[in-house]
Design a protein around this ligand. Structure first.
Ligand code: GLC
Length: 435
């Protein structure tokens, strides 16, 4: 019988809360057609036709070492790479398939390069592994919800042996858990229809993973997808329950709690434009200012942000992403104490912005200018030990102006004569409370 240990669980989640901000990297053959990572499914491309990308794949650009450096400069603390996506193509040297980067012209093991680079930068390392596989002959084709050949009766499933696929999949997971050193995150993707939980032989899979990688943190997608919370949230954890919830392309309105009202760990995964994999025509990038505030929003609701990049076929992160990450990095360099290790503040969201908290330290993220002194609702004067601009360390006095004498119970901060906040994106005030 599986026994959930809260103590072990909290211990392995510690770094995840400290980190709060990570980079997701979606990369594979689909970067060549450059229409997103679902291209083979969306356009119902045959296996044979997709092989031309395999023949061609020979990236000469920046690659894993540069991605990881970019993540570090942006203030990210962990990185997660697609070791295998739904198309089945592997960025690692699996001995169970030839559909892998080491068998391409480039002959490179990108997972090996990636884990080494990440560790050299002191970042935590995660690998994404797709439970789906559109290349493997034993994975359901005709009639499956997602398979590129789903509408083609001639690709019937007769003779396909799903158990054989599962053995293949387990073997590959064993490889990534054995050949690449210590992993901090394993990010499975995803369950749907009848393919969930024990349909993946999930207990067996997880027991293997935990024996090879005792401290690894695992997402919840052996049970669910971007939809659904999983068994930890419902209060009866299965042996293969996820360690964190994975809302996709959205931030939960009030964070996420389990059936007993206890806060759960979660990580919103979000793209910078509208696609995970490289998409040459998708220019709808979110501005850095928005992404900074979205990171703050996640932390203020008790969650992490895993922000995605989709490098192109040469292995270069798109310019627009690089520019935004640079700007985020400049903000993080001055303000990361209001993100890393922080969580919900336990006070209502003020009109001016949001609040994050780390113990006795409250961080007021100010987005909106005030007329006169800035109200800091939710605290009292007696509680305050000090107020400083986080970016500069400069003292911010509590205001004694007569203008707010009608509001004696509200603390107002005196931001000086300039009516405009010094950082138009997010000016952070660090309020230290008396302990
Ligand atoms: C979805 C998509 C996939 C992407 C993932 C990221 O499950 O199928 O392409 O990798 O979301 O969360």
């Amino acid at each position: 019988m599986y026994q959930f240990s809260r103590e072990e669980y909290e211990a392995r989640m510690k770094w995840f809360v400290q980190a709060r901000f990570g980079m997701f990297i979606h990369w594979g053959l689909y970067a060549i057609p450059a229409r997103g990572e679902w291209v083979r499914s969306q356009e119902e491309i045959s296996r044979e036709d997709y092989m031309k990308y395999f023949e061609e794949f020979n990236p000469q650009g920046a690659g894993p070492a540069a991605w990881v450096k970019t993540a570090k400069r942006a203030g990210m603390k962990y990185v997660v790479l697609t070791a295998k996506h739904h198309d089945g193509f592997c960025l690692f040297d699996s001995k169970y398939t030839d559909f892998k980067s080491t068998a391409c012209r480039c002959g490179r093991d990108f997972v090996a390069e990636f884990v080494e680079a990440a560790r050299a930068e002191g970042l935590k390392v995660g690998l994404y592994y797709s439970l789906l596989d559109w290349y493997h002959e034993d994975f359901p084709h005709y009639g499956d919800r997602n398979h590129p050949m789903r509408n083609r009766p001639e690709y019937s499933n007769e003779g396909r042996d799903f158990e054989r696929y599962l053995t293949y999949m387990h073997n590959q997971v064993r490889e990534i858990c054995t050949n690449y050193g210590k992993l901090d995150i394993l990010w499975f993707d995803f369950s749907y229809d009848n393919l969930r939980g024990e349909a993946w032989r999930a207990t067996e899979l997880i027991n293997m993973v935990r024996s090879l990688q005792p401290g690894v943190i695992i997402d919840n997608r052996l049970e669910v997808s971007g939809e659904g919370y999983g068994s930890l949230a419902s209060g009866n954890p299965t042996p293969y329950h996820g360690d964190f919830i994975t809302p996709e392309q959205m931030i939960p309105p009030e964070g996420i709690r389990d059936a007993n009202g206890k806060e759960l760990y979660w990580e919103a995964c979000v793209t910078m434009n509208g696609n995970w994999g490289y998409h040459a025509a998708d220019h709808y990038f979110k501005p850095a200012s928005m992404l900074i505030r979205k990171l703050v929003e996640c932390v203020s609701k008790g969650g992490n942000l895993l922000l995605n990049v989709g490098p192109d076929a040469q292995g270069n992160i798109p310019e627009q992403s690089l520019r935004a990450l640079e700007e985020i990095g400049t903000w993080m360099a001055k303000n990361e104490r209001s993100i890393c290790g922080c969580t919900k503040a336990g006070i209502e969201k003020p009109e001016s912005g949001r609040v994050t908290r780390n113990g006795d330290h409250l961080f007021f993220h100010l987005y909106e200018n005030s007329i006169g002194p800035m109200p800091l609702p939710g605290i009292s004067k007696e509680q305050i030990k000090s107020i400083r601009y986080l970016a500069t360390g400069a003292e911010v006095p509590v205001s004694t102006s007569w203008v707010h004498s009608d509001y004696p119970d509200t603390v107002f901060a005196d931001l000086g004569p300039d009516p405009v906040l010094p950082d138009p994106v997010d000016t952070v005030l660090e309020v230290v409370l008396k302990s």
